[in-house]
Design a protein around this ligand. Structure first.
Ligand code: MG
Length: 205
C-alpha cells in the first residue's frame, strides 16, 4: 500500500508524489539523529511521507496544525474544500481527515499530532530537531513567524525545508521564497538543489 502513488492520491493535499518521496528520503536521513517536525499537517499527506522516513529509525514526527485551515482554505478562499468544513462548528476542521490518514497508513506510533497554532506549540519547546518542514500559513507574517520560531531548534547537519517556493509571482505567493532567501542570507545554511517547490537548506555543521 505505502509508496503506491494511488494511496497518496486519495489523501487530500497539495504535495506531489515526487516531492513526497524527497521528504521521505530527507526524513529517513535526518531522523537518525533527532525527531522531525512539520508545520501544516492539513489532511496528513506530507506527514505520511515524512513519517515513513522516521519510522525506519524508530524516531517520531511531530506534526503541528490547528486544523482550522490556512487563509486560502477558508470559505470563499481559492482552496476552500466544503468536505473539510464542519457545519456545526462553522469552521474548517481537517483533523478528522488527518487522523484517518494516520490510521490508514499504519503510522500511529510514529506521528505525534500537535493540534494548536505553531506559536503556541513553540512556547515551551526544548527538543532539538533533525528536520523542520515549513508548510503552514502562507502569509509573510505566518511564514516568517514559523521560520523564526522553529529554525533555531535544527541541529547542525539537519535540514530546513520550505514548501511552495515559486520564484515567479505568477505561479504562487512569495512568502515561502522570501523566508528561504532570509535563511540563506543568515549564513547558517547551504542550499541544496530544490525538489520541485521544496527548498532544501542544510544547517551547516
Ligand atoms: Mg504546501
Amino acid at each position: 500500500m505505502l509508496f503506491d502513488p494511488a494511496f497518496f492520491r486519495q489523501i487530500k493535499g497539495f504535495l506531489n508524489h515526487h516531492e513526497g518521496v524527497a521528504l521521505y528520503r530527507l526524513a529517513r536521513k535526518a531522523s537518525r539523529k533527532a525527531p522531525c517536525l512539520e508545520i501544516g499537517s492539513y489532511c496528513g499527506k506530507s506527514a505520511v511521507y515524512l513519517g515513513l522516513g522516521c519510522q525506519e529509525n524508530n524516531a517520531v514526527l511531530f506534526s503541528i496544525d490547528h486544523h482550522g485551515g490556512s487563509e486560502e482554505h477558508q470559505p470563499g478562499g481559492a482552496y476552500f474544500d466544503p468536505s473539510v468544513y464542519n457545519r456545526e462548528l462553522q469552521q474548517v476542521d481537517t483533523f478528522p481527515h488527518f487522523r484517518q490518514t494516520i490510521l490508514k497508513s499504519g503510522l500511529k506510533n510514529t506521528i505525534v499530532p500537535i493540534v494548536c497554532s505553531s506559536q503556541v506549540a513553540v512556547r515551551q519547546w526544548k527538543t532539538p530537531l533533525g528536520l523542520v518542514f515549513i508548510d503552514g500559513g502562507h502569509s509573510y507574517e505566518s511564514a516568517f513567524a514559523d521560520y523564526t520560531a522553529w529554525s533555531k531548534f535544527i541541529l547542525p547537519g539537519g535540514y530546513l525545508l520550505i514548501h511552495d517556493i515559486y520564484q515567479d509571482p505568477q505561479q504562487g505567493g512569495q512568502a515561502p521564497f522570501q523566508i528561504y532567501q532570509q535563511a540563506l542570507a543568515s549564513g547558517r545554511y547551504k542550499a541544496l538543489p530544490m525538489i520541485e517547490s521544496i527548498g532544501i537548506l542544510l544547517h551547516q555543521p
